[in-house]
Design a protein around this ligand. Structure first.
Ligand SMILES: Cc1cc2nc3c(=O)[nH]c(=O)nc-3n(C[C@H](O)[C@H](O)[C@H](O)COP(=O)(O)O)c2cc1C
Length: 320
């Protein structure tokens, strides 16, 4: 299967379109910012890729800064509202630092229209980013965002608009707030996405009962963290068996066992998000644990594990 494993240990490499990542562990978009706040807290260069905060064509202030996050049992609800510096400032001011970690950097973009996405992608095409993630799944903005990701046709429209604007591999980031996430994934793959990543946050609300007001200034937000993990694993499982392109799985990954659930369900790579707030080295721990698991199970390559779940009653692997 592909390249022979290095003598130093199991083969952890992952292919996403024309891109080969050295291992399957990424940091999820938004949680890691542009990388500057986390500098020095862990060896991020060891990870497979760093996905940067979503940027738009023009800078955005985001939602009111007062109440943008709320803690929940085993998770958090956020409504940042895509605050970002804009794609040009990202390229000029942030990208050089992010690239200096010494691993693949993936830019994440969003827009109100498919043309907005294409304009961002065109600018990023000239940069050393390794791939572009299309955030068609942000629940916290009025226009664009999840409005694309809840509809297969609209999702495909975004991918189709961006495809001719760049040679970079394209990853469509999907929302779980749909009836059939696999159908959205199929539409994105058919339109030219090289991979899909899932899940973005689950739409959520937290209410202060004394004040009878929502805790978040934006009233609603998106739930992330361990609370969503089993629901995210299911969506990865449902999607991976229906698309040919690699699936990047995320949602509440705290340790290697969590990440392995996603991989065995069908994910070729995983991203660590909210966990970074509790432990900035969570991604590094996850990576080490995956390596250790492969050795313990006498597996030469991560690829042997992807989608290897053995379902009850089927007796056969669900690998797609
Ligand atoms: C504070 C915060 C900000 C986020 N910002 C973005 C973002 O800018 N773009 C994006 O695609 N996803 C964003 N996400 C979603 C995460 O990338 C991830 O899909 C989600 O949180 C599930 O993973 P987790 O449970 O490991 O955090 C954000 C999540 C959080 C908690």
């Amino acid at each position: 299967m592909g390249a022979s494993p290095p003598v130093s240990g199991p083969d952890l490499t992952v292919r996403i379109g024309a891109l080969t990542l050295k291992n399957p562990v990424m940091v999820a978009s938004g949680v890691f910012g542009y990388g500057d706040e986390f500098r020095g807290l862990a060896e991020y260069g060891e990870l497979g890729a760093l996905v940067l905060k979503t940027v738009t064509r023009e800078p955005r202030p985001g939602n009111p800064p007062a109440s943008r996050t709320a803690e929940t049992p085993a998770g958090m609800v956020n409504s940042i509202g895509l605050e970002n510096v804009g794609v040009e400032a990202l390229i000029r001011d942030k990208l050089p630092q992010a690239l200096s970690y010494g691993t693949a950097v993936i830019a994440s973009i969003a827009g109100d229209t498919p043309d907005d996405f294409a304009a961002c992608a065109e600018l990023l095409d000239e940069t050393p980013v390794s791939a572009i993630e299309l955030n068609i799944s942000c629940p916290n903005v009025r226009r664009g965002g999840m409005a694309f990701g809840v509809d297969a046709w609209a999702s495909a429209q975004v991918v189709r608009a961006v495809r001719p604007a760049t040679r970079k591999p394209l990853i469509a980031k999907l929302t779980p707030n749909v009836t059939d996430i696999a159908a959205i994934a199929r539409a994105c793959a058919a339109a030219g996405a090289d991979a899909v990543s899932l899940v973005n946050t689950f739409s959520a609300m937290v209410i202060d009962v004394e004040a009878r007001r929502p805790l978040l200034a934006a009233n609603t937000g998106g739930l992330s963290g361990p609370a969503i993990r089993p629901a995210a694993v299911l969506r990865v499982f449902q999607t991976a068996r229906e698309v040919e392109v690699p699936v990047i799985g995320m949602g509440g990954i705290w340790n290697a066992s969590d990440a392995l659930e996603f991989i065995i369900a069908g994910a070729s790579a995983v991203a660590v998000g909210t966990a970074l707030y509790a432990d900035p080295a969570a991604g590094n721990r996850v990576l080490e644990g995956i390596r250790e698991y492969l050795v313990r199970h006498h597996l030469d390559s991560l690829r042997e594990l992807i989608g290897s779940v053995r379902l009850h009653g089927e007796g056969a692997s669900a690998a797609g």
